[in-house]
Structures are given as C-alpha cells and as structure tokens.
Write a protein that binds this ligand. Structure first.
Ligand code: NAD
Length: 277
C-alpha cells in the first residue's frame, strides 16, 4: 500500500505559487471573514493564515460577533467586494443558524470568490468550464491524484458525501475528468455494495472509522477527506487506516493527505482571481 502524501504535493505546488507571485506587480490579499468563535473554524483559519504568510500573500482576517445580523454581514462582504486592496474573499463556514448561508455567499462578487461557492461559480464548475473557480477541496484532490498519475478517465469512482461544499464539487470534478461516478450519502442503504465497485474511493463524511476493509476493493485508491478533531492538535479521518491498509493500493492519510492540498488550492484560486483582474 502506498501513501498519497499531500504535504509533498503541497510543497511542490508552493514553489509554483511563489513563482506565480513574482509575475504580479502587487501582493494579493485574501479577506477571511469569520463569524463567531468556533474552535474548528479558528483552527482552519490559522492554517490558512500560516500558509499565506509562508508564500508571501496578505490576509485580512475580519472577525465579527456571532450575534451579527445577516444584513450587517452582507454589508461587510459588499465592502470587501468594492475594496481594491482585496483580491479574494472567503467566508468561513458554517455560519450561525440565524444567518442564511446562501445569502452571504451570493453577496460575494464572483470575481473575488476564492472558495468557488457563489451561484455563478457553481454553475461553471458543474459545467466543467475552464474559467470556473473550483471549491478548494475538489481542486486539491484533483491535483493530488494528478501528481501521483492516478487517472480518473473512465474509472469507477465512488464519492461518499453530497454536501455543496465538499461532496458535490468532488463528484462534479470527477465527472468532468470523465470518471464514472457514484455518489453515496446517509440514505444509501448498502454502502459497501457501492464502495467496492470503486477503483477510486473518496470519502467526505466526517464520521471517524466509517470506512473499513469490507468497503474497499482490492488495490483501490482511497482518498480520505474527513476531518474530525479529537483534541486541539489531533485529527482523524473517515477511514480506519489499520483495517484498510492491506487491501487498498494507496491511501491519503489524515492528517497529511487532502487537508494540506485544500489550503494550497485556496491560494491557487486566489492567484487565478488575480490573473483575471
Ligand atoms: P456535511 O456534514 O455537510 O456532509 C456530510 C455528508 O456525509 C452528507 O452528504 C451526508 O449525507 C453524508 N453522510 C453522513 N453520514 C453518512 C453515512 N453513515 N454513510 C454515508 N454518508 C453519510 O460535511 P461536509 O462539510 O461535506 O464535510 C465532510 C467532511 O469533510 C468533514 O469531516 C469535514 O471536516 C471534512 N472536510 C475536509 C476538508 C479537507 O480539506 N480535508 C475540507 C472540508 C471539509
């Protein structure tokens, strides 16, 4: 069994990102909007800020109280839209329940939509258009597979998870790469029946240990997207690594698989947006 190492691929892509930055006449800035104080959001934002500082990109972390109204939050997003010193915007999800997530995301100018989640970008990545901003996790997985020469063309791929942020963009990316895609979710009656068809199994659920040996076809590539924080510094994925390791051909571990690629892909999106300006 081989390890699909996201840190190696990320480091290779950092060199490319730094080179792309030298072609710009300015230093790009990513606005990161955080509502409230969720520990997981704070940890994800910390990783993004560290990455920004490593590659020499500016970030503007805008942190607001959990009690902020939807109108006030939209005004903050619109302020970033018209601010010429901001080149990309992300709103850290999830938002508190009193705020309608889509209303906030669709307030982002699609030309600054670094997460690729606005309605306009969603239509574009569903269509597989070149000029889309793809959600970072899907883009990161595409780059991870490409680095390891894992071709999706015509292959049976099973994606578990169908969220707008993760599962659906991954499934769309695989379809656009001409894979034959099955999407499973919480109502799928027999998960193993669907997953054992897959040459490439991508798991994006958030349930530690969900995927065991019985779910994996011999020699399959297993991409573990799940992140569950056990303690402040310890993360686990959805795949029971010990159970699966003698059956899978390759596994992306947690931590050190998809996570580093997602952060990197966000900044690749940011630089694509800068190119478009
Ligand atoms: P979500 O809760 O919105 O969606 C979870 C999905 O899993 C749903 O579509 C649901 O139908 C499905 N599901 C739930 N229980 C299931 C079961 N028993 N069998 C099959 N399917 C089941 O979560 P999300 O935002 O899509 O995130 C999924 C996971 O990916 C989380 O662990 C999250 O932390 C992680 N994540 C990782 C990265 C990364 O860079 N590695 C980025 C974003 C999210």
């Amino acid at each position: 069994m081989n390890i699909i190492d996201g840190r190696i691929v990320r480091d290779a892509r950092i060199a490319n990102l730094k080179e792309r930055l030298t072609t710009l006449s300015y230093i790009p800035t990513l606005a990161i909007i955080q509502v409230g104080d969720r520990t997981d959001s704070t940890a994800f934002i910390r990783a993004k800020k560290t990455f920004a500082s490593n590659i020499g990109v500016k970030e503007n972390h805008i942190k607001v109280e959990e009690s902020i109204s939807q109108r006030e939050l939209i005004d903050i997003v619109k302020g970033c839209n018209i601010d010429p010193t901001i080149h990309g915007i992300i709103v850290q999800l999830p938002l508190p329940l009193h705020i309608e997530q889509d209303a906030i995301i669709d307030a982002i100018d699609p030309r600054k939509d670094a997460d690729g989640l606005t309605a306009i970008n969603t239509k574009r990545w569903l269509e597989g258009r070149e000029d889309c901003v793809m959600p970072a996790t899907a883009r990161g997985i595409r780059e991870l597979l490409s680095y390891y020469h894992i071709d999706l063309f015509g292959k049976p791929v099973t994606v578990i998870g169908r969220s707008m942020l993760v599962g659906k963009p991954i499934a769309a990316m695989c379809l656009n790469e001409n894979a034959t895609v099955t999407v499973c979710h919480s109502k799928t009656p027999n998960l193993a029946e669907e997953t054992t068809k897959a040459d490439i199994l991508i798991v994006a659920v958030g349930k530690p240990g969900l995927i065991q040996a019985i779910h994996v076809k011999k020699g399959a590539v297993v991409i573990d997207v799940g992140i569950t924080r056990i303690t402040t510094d310890s993360l686990v994925g959805d795949v029971n690594f010990e159970s699966v390791k003698d059956i899978a051909g390759a596994i992306s571990p947690v931590p050190g698989g998809v996570g580093p690629m997602t952060v990197c892909a966000l900044f690749e999106n940011l630089l694509d947006l800068c190119k478009a300006v």
